[in-house]
Each structure stands twice: as structure tokens, then as C-alpha cells.
Design a protein around this ligand. Structure first.
Ligand SMILES: *Cc1c(COP(=O)(O)O)cnc(C)c1O
Length: 432
């Protein structure tokens, strides 16, 4: 499409957008009665209006029936979380039985490593990305230590090349190949939280399996953002939180994917709880763990119904919008955003920032990370004053994620216009 840097053009894209009415389903933060431009859907997605009604419904059911709410009312709690697995499965490209909605992300990663990190002899290493999200780094470090190993020796981090900010797929593959005999697990993000880089999960999984290792992914920034086909890619496991692109609220209940081929394997080590016990005899409360033969077999505890209610509100919107439509609009939003950003400083002129999220890969995702070598924080503060909510990361990165469910082309245009004004009209202030 031939883009134009023009507000009316942006508005015409909104007018043609088949998903434009979805914004109405969300509560957009305001300041002095005016809606802010919220480009933080990668950090905490906005609140679906329906979340309150579904949360109230749980509270009312509790008030009316007490513990009987597990089996009575419109939405009995006993299998409330099970009703979320179908819409979730279509977001991540899984079979419904490969999904379990439970706990939170870091907890689930530990549980998955218990099952899928099986060091044996010299095959005991974990390959991951350098500068993974801190919680993931601590998870690897302490998990490896809890097995009696030294993390310094067993965790191999793949770094960007000298002078680069993102990690080449070739470098990941060659790290796997050159450690083929010693690698037990390859575990990466689906999308790096800082750079927005999308990893090629299909080829990484293939390479891990060829080396005889398992492949798992942290999809915090991938679920609800990019196309995923976890089942077909043969991914062994994946975990994600539901409060970023999936809009289920702060500290939302998380989810995990466990490939079908493990569901009947009773010898796989796991940490179990009663919610993972075979359903028909669960309440006999017998000694000896018998897992449900699906991802549910990893479920530990009574789910938080209040969190499941918020997630239900969000997943209904995803079902209605459909992931394919969201991806189509997301790409267009992202292309328009990059077109306008690249127009702020045409090639050859003074470059005050650069986009570090790679463009040369098949998938770009919704996030754009911009690196400001100088005074990025002042630019960030000025954007905030203009009503644009973005995210600041040391030492010079502004992250923004216009998302297809509730952001508009006009917002993207306004943001870039503000950014241009900030950079051009106040250069003295910004560049001091
Ligand atoms: C957001 C995020 C987390 C957060 O983990 P919680 O357990 O949900 O707090 C973990 N990993 C990555 C890659 C993230 O982006």
C-alpha cells in the first residue's frame, strides 16, 4: 500500500478498518477527560469492559451458593478454566487438550523445566538468549542450581554479534549445532521483550530436536501478538502470561502448552497437585497421583475464578475478532508506524534515533523499540506530556506497541507527528 504522512490519510485507514469497532469494548485511560494514546498493550493490555460483569458474576455466585458455586449457577467453577482452553488454543495454534490455564508465567516455566529439562550424563546444558527477561534468567539460574549444577557452566547464552543489538537465527542454530551432544534444552523467548525481535520458533525447535534436545518458549510477548503454530512446529512446551497482549489484567492467570505427545507419558517427572488428577476419580481422594492425560495433568491448584473471569472477557473478544484479522491489521499498523518514523529523519540527515526491532524477518510483531543514543529520556518525558503512553528502558530505548484490538492509525499518526515536533522544535533542549 502507498502510505501518506497525512492525518486524513490515517483516518481513511481507520474508516476502512474492519476491526475498528473493537476499540469500543475496552476502557482507554484518560487525562483531563481526553483519551490518552496507549501504546503499552505489550506491557499491560487494556481492560475489556465486560471483565467487570464477569468478575461480578463470580462474586454473586459465591454470595448465592457458597462452595456450591463450583457446580451451580450459569458458569460453574469446576470447569470454568476448561472453557477457556478452546479460544486460547486458537490464539497459539494448539489443540485444546494441549493447553492448561493455571498459575503465572514464571511459576509455569519452573514446572515445565521440571518436566522437560532432564540432564543426563554430559547432555545437561540449556541454550537461551542473552539478556532474556530477568525473571527468566533467575528461573534458569535457580532451577539449574536446585538440580545441583553450576549455572555458569551449564547455561549457554547466545549473544548478538559485536555492534549488533539483535540475535541472528544463524547464530542460535550454530550454538545448538556446536553443543549438540551436550544440550538438554533450548529455551528462548518467542519475541524478545526489549528489542521486539521475533525468533523463528519453527527452525529453532527443529534444530533442537535434531540435536536430541527439547525446545520450549516463553511467549509473554508473542501470545496474542504474532502467528503461532505450536502444535505443528512440534514445540515441546511453552508458557505465557495473559496480561500483555491478552488483556486479562494485572497478575492475570497464566497458561502453558504441552505437546500432545507427552500427555500419556507417566514417567515424565512432574510436580503434581490435585487439579491435575484424573477427573472421574479425583474426588475419591486416593493415594498415588494419576494424571489427566492432557496438559491439564500439570495443573496443581484450585484456579482463581476472579482471574479466570477477566480472562474469559478478553478471550471472547479474541474469538470475535479472530487472530488472522488481528495479525493482518497489526502488520498494517506496524508498517504505517515504521513508514512515519522513517520519515521523521530522511536518510542522510542527522539521525536522532534508530529502530532496533528487526525488519528483515518474516514476522515483526506489534512492538517497535527505538534506540536514542542521547537524551532519550527527555524525548520520552515530552511524549508523556503530549498524552502518549510508551515505555522507557535504560540505557536509551523507548518501546511502543500499537495493537490492532484498540489502537488506531490516527493515533499512530498523532504519535509520530508529536515525536517529530519534539525532535525538531526543541532540539536545543533535547540535545543538551
Ligand atoms: C512479562 C514477562 C515475564 C513476567 O513474568 P511473570 O511471572 O508473569 O511476572 C516473564 N518473561 C518474559 C519474557 C516477559 O516478557
Amino acid at each position: 500500500m502507498q502510505f501518506k504522512n497525512d492525518k486524513n490519510f490515517a483516518r481513511s485507514l481507520d474508516a476502512k478498518d474492519p476491526l475498528r469497532s473493537f476499540r469500543e469494548l475496552f476502557l482507554v485511560p484518560t487525562q483531563n477527560g481526553k483519551q490518552l494514546i496507549y501504546f503499552l498493550g505489550n506491557s499491560l493490555g487494556l481492560q475489556p469492559k465486560q471483565a467487570l460483569a464477569y468478575i461480578k458474576e463470580v462474586l454473586e455466585q459465591w454470595a448465592k451458593y457458597g462452595v456450591e458455586g463450583f457446580f451451580r449457577g450459569e458458569q460453574p467453577w469446576y470447569d470454568y478454566h476448561d472453557r477457556l482452553i478452546h479460544p486460547m488454543a486458537s490464539i497459539v495454534g494448539a489443540l485444546p487438550e494441549e493447553i492448561v490455564v493455571m498459575n503465572q508465567l514464571t511459576v509455569n516455566l519452573h514446572l515445565m523445566l521440571t518436566s522437560f529439562y532432564q540432564p543426563s550424563g554430559k547432555r545437561n546444558k540449556i541454550i537461551c538468549e542473552a539478556k532474556a527477561f530477568p525473571s527468566d534468567q533467575y528461573m534458569f539460574e535457580t532451577h539449574v542450581r536446585s538440580r545441583g549444577f553450576n549455572p555458569e557452566e551449564l547455561i549457554i547464552e547466545v549473544h548478538p554479534r559485536q555492534g549488533e543489538l539483535t540475535i541472528g537465527t544463524d547464530d542460535i542454530l550454530s550454538a545448538i549445532r556446536s553443543n549438540a551432544e551436550e544440550t538438554a534444552l533450548v529455551c528462548m523467548g518467542g519475541v524478545n521483550y526489549y528489542t521486539g525481535q521475533v525468533f523463528n520458533m519453527r527452525v529453532i525447535t527443529e534444530a533442537a530436536h535434531l540435536a536430541g534436545a527439547k525446545a520450549g518458549f516463553d511467549l509473554a510477548h508473542a501470545a496474542g501478538n504474532i502467528p503461532l503454530a505450536l502444535h505443528d512446529w512440534n514445540v515441546d512446551f511453552a508458557c505465557w502470561c495473559n496480561y500483555k497482549y491478552l488483556n486479562a489484567g494485572p497478575g492475570a492467570v497464566g497458561a502453558a502448552f504441552i505437546h500432545q505427545r507427552y500427555h500419556h507419558d507417566r514417567n515424565l517427572p512432574r510436580l503434581a497437585g490435585w487439579w491435575g488428577y484424573e477427573k472421574s476419580t479425583r474426588f475419591n481422594m486416593k493415594k498415588g497421583f494419576v494424571p489427566v492425560e492432557s496438559a491439564e495433568g500439570w495443573h496443581l491448584s484450585t484456579p482463581s475464578m476472579l482471574h479466570c473471569a477477566a480472562l474469559r472477557a478478553s478471550l471472547e473478544i479474541f474469538e470475535k475478532a479472530n487472530m488472522e484479522n488481528l495479525i493482518r491489521k497489526g502488520r498494517l499498523l506496524n508498517d504505517y508506524f515504521r513508514f512515519l518514523l522513517n520519515g521523521i529523519y530522511p536518510q542522510g540527515s542527522d539521525q536522532l534515533f534508530s529502530i532496533i526491532t528487526p525488519t528483515d524477518r518474516e514476522e515483526k510483531g506489534n512492538q517497535v523499540s527505538m534506540y536514542f543514543p542521547r537524551n532519550g529520556k527527555q524525548v520520552f518525558d515530552a511524549l508523556e506530556v503530549s498524552g502518549i503512553m510508551a515505555d522507557w528502558r535504560e540505557p536509551g530505548v523507548i518501546r511502543m506497541a500499537p495493537v490492532p484490538l484498540y489502537n488506531t492509525f490516527e493515533e499512530v499518526w498523532i504519535c509520530c507527528n508529536e515525536l517529530k515536533t519534539i525532535l525538531q522544535q526543541q532540539p536545543a533542549k533535547i540535545l543538551q
